[in-house]
Design a protein. Structure first.
Lengths: 356, 366
């Protein structure tokens, strides 16, 4: 009984001091679309949170919500954060775009950072994203070097510009090595569903691809590739422990530096609205170690990475033809960001019809 | 030894009334044990779960937002289940209602008038009801199993919505992202009391629907017909009730209400169509219907309790840092205890010893 009373008292104390503590430290809050254990997208954002926590120590207090569905629930979750004393809220999925802006209008003193979106309707909303396509180009180069079949399989989530851009970059990278290289695409219509992703991987392998890459977040395709003895690329995080003999490399989303920078800006009062699209150069996109490949392929992959990182090469540099053979970019012409962000067409060499 | 469930000759009125509270008590105890094992203070956890969401007005609004579709769908389902029609496809009827209800704001965004909203709601009801009529027709005409057909139509509806927002209905100014244009103000379901939170008229619809169906079930001939045909189709036939008309009636009512829930959710809470508009309301409503014992008034309470468990789960995640999985396990416990308690009102457990079991078998063999 005594213990119960004590814990009652403790609970009451926690509740009343909760608000005071929030004033001392800056509170940074995160909303994830998947579970933090997905070892992909949400996991990487959570790693970023941990990195930020480590770097800023006592100055910052954090909270997060995982598996928040996009839709009416997102608005409630965001508003709950805004009301619970968060100074900055990171909403880390595209579907949170409108709810983020709606809540931001109601809480002008709270800063909001929305990942992968384009709407900044209030001065307290910033957006951020990474140029993952840079990494996909490098993957394409590796795939074309290693594939004997000349066909790679691509497990895609949803036909949004972000994903289409990745498929195109992969194909362009592959064609820089082998102009006849083909890519087969399966739309899983999910960001995270290990069962569906595994089925997609099996279907692709049965169709004769000998390398698979994915734009979904679970490690299931990597595990299927391992069972079937082919090579694969990881997604969002370094998935090497799920395919020691399988993973060639992985595009690692490193959100840590960005989160540190932005939370710091809130602490010292210099936070401003912005739209950041960082890539390899800014350290937002990092390639996991190149493994399970001969030295010459590794050297070429490293060279390509270095070129992109230094800014001397852009994967979307002409001449590039669209899937139907019509010209998209003239020789030497570089795609504008605006076109990439609204991309809804394939380049030549994709063996799929883009769902429209 | 074997365990058997034996039907009780009569159910205790006292325990029927007490059972939800016993279930809640058992959930609290089991939850407290789980939270202690995780090293969290159980008192604090339960506080955030059940009390914290009720402390603030905005949170009560959110409770109404979350409960409205659950109640609206579940009261419709109660008619189905009472009349022995197993509509598992409310999720699909919800989605189709949302789509048909969105025709005006998406295709004719310049048509702005006070009439838009009532038309949208009517079209939503019509769409949901029409979609519900498909399994009803198949059942009456071809004697198909409505559990399967209604469930499979859910996937059809989900994929149809997905295709619509990526293709024909994609927002022309939306950078190719899969969503429709946002609804104009005249197409948005107003908030009940917007100064304090965002609960919209969907909650009012839910309460009105529940009271109306309660009245119908308990006070009208049609309600009697539902119950008779559900419990004994043969008796219903003798009374001159038509089984096939009841199938259509049940599916049209539940489909229409699910459709109304769909368009209310899209118009009131989301403001546009997106690839996913429901975190499984159509399925969660099945639980709500049974938690509320298929009584429309009980369903109001059940919908609010389930909604509270979602909100409380969020509060607990943020405040004491338990994972989303713990939250769901706790929700599962609540449902388990409620259904288990209800089962024990209707049945008792009998332990059958090995020798007794043999005699039973021997008897069966004879």
């Amino acid at each position: 009984m005594k213990k119960t009373i004590l814990s009652f008292a403790a609970a009451a104390a926690v509740m009343s001091f909760g608000t005071m503590a929030a004033q001392a430290a800056t509170k940074a809050c995160f909303i994830y679309v998947g579970p933090i254990g997905d070892f992909g997208w949400s996991y990487q954002h959570h790693q970023g949170l941990e990195e930020m926590k480590k770097a800023l120590g006592d100055q910052v207090e954090t909270a997060y919500l995982e598996s928040v569905p996009e839709g009416a629930d997102a608005e409630r979750a965001i508003e709950r954060f805004a009301r619970s004393g968060c100074n900055i809220v990171f909403t880390t999925s595209f579907g949170y775009m409108d709810p983020t802006n709606k809540v931001a209008g109601k809480f002008p003193d709270v800063k909001f950072e929305h990942a992968t979106g384009y709407k900044r309707e209030h001065p307290n909303v910033a957006t951020y994203n990474s140029r993952f396509y840079e990494g996909r180009y490098v993957q394409g180069v590796i795939a074309a070097k290693l594939s004997k079949a000349g066909v790679a399989g691509y497990i895609a989530s949803f036909p949004i510009p972000e994903v289409v851009m990745g498929i195109n970059a992969f194909v362009l990278g592959a064609q820089s090595v082998n102009p006849d290289f083909k890519v087969k695409v399966v739309w899983a219509n999910t960001w995270f569903d290990p069962g569906k992703e595994a089925d997609a991987a099996k279907a692709l392998i049965d169709q004769g691809v000998d390398i698979i890459t994915q734009h979904t977040d679970s490690t299931a395709p990597m595990q299927v590739a391992t069972e079937r003895g082919i090579k694969a690329f990881g997604q969002a995080s370094d998935m090497i422990k799920f395919g020691e003999k399988t993973q060639l490399t992985s595009i690692v989303d490193d959100w840590g530096p960005y989160y540190i920078e932005r939370v710091k800006a809130v602490i010292d009062g210099s936070w401003k609205q912005q739209d950041v699209w960082g890539g390899m150069k800014e350290g937002h996109v990092v390639m996991a170690p190149f493994t399970n490949m001969p030295d010459d392929v590794k050297a070429l992959a490293e060279e390509t990475t270095a070129k992109i990182k230094s800014g001397s090469f852009n994967p979307f540099t002409g001449p590039i033809a669209k899937q139907d053979g019509s010209e998209w970019l003239k020789a030497g012409e570089v795609a504008e960001d605006g076109v990439l962000l609204g991309m809804n067409f394939y380049v030549k060499g994709v063996d799929d019809k883009l769902p429209q | 030894m074997r365990i058997e469930l034996v039907k009780r000759p009569e159910r205790s009125k006292l325990f029927a009334a007490l059972s939800p509270f016993i279930a809640l008590g058992l959930t609290l105890i089991a939850g407290a044990i789980m939270f202690s094992l995780l090293g969290k203070s159980p008192v604090e956890a339960l506080y955030y779960y059940f009390i914290d969401p009720l402390r603030e007005v905005w949170s009560l609004h959110e409770l109404a937002v979350k409960a409205a579709p659950l109640i609206l769908i579940a009261v419709g389902l109660s008619i189905c289940y009472l009349s022995n029609n197993w509509n598992i496809g409310a999720e699909g009827q919800f989605i189709i209602g949302a789509i048909t209800g969105s025709i005006l704001p998406v295709m004719f965004p310049d048509f702005q008038s006070w009439i838009v909203l009532p038309l949208m709601l009517l079209m939503g009801v019509a769409g949901g009801a029409a979609y519900g009529a498909i399994p009803a027709y198949l059942k009456v005409r071809f004697n198909t199993n409505e559990i399967l057909t209604s469930l499979m139509l859910v996937y059809v509806a989900q994929l149809f919505l997905d295709w619509m927002v990526r293709g024909p209905w994609r927002n022309p100014a939306g950078m190719n992202f899969p969503e429709t244009r946002t609804f104009s103000p005249s197409a948005v379901l107003p908030e009940i009391w917007s100064a304090s939170g965002r609960a919209n008229w969907g909650f009012v619809f839910a309460i009105v629907a529940a009271v109306a169906l309660w009245f119908m079930l308990s006070r009208t001939l049609r309600g009697f017909e539902v119950q008779v045909l559900g419990q004994s189709p043969r008796a219903g036939k003798f009374a001159g009730f038509s089984q096939s008309r009841m199938v259509f009636f049940a599916f049209l009512v539940s489909g229409g209400l699910a459709g109304l829930a769909g368009i209310s959710e899209v118009s009131g809470a989301i403001g546009q169509l997106r690839p996913t508009i429901s975190p499984g309301y159509g399925f969660a409503a099945i639980i709500v219907a049974f938690l509320g014992r298929l009584n429309p008034l009980g369903i109001i309470a059940a919908g609010l309790v389930l909604a509270l468990s979602y909100l409380g789960g969020e509060a607990a995640q943020i405040s004491i840092g338990v994972s989303d999985k713990v939250v769901r396990a706790f929700q599962g416990m609540l449902l388990f205890f409620v259904l288990a308690c209800d089962t024990l009102i209707l049945y008792r457990i009998r332990f059958v010893g090995a020798s007794a079991a043999k005699t039973v078998e021997a008897r069966q063999n004879v």
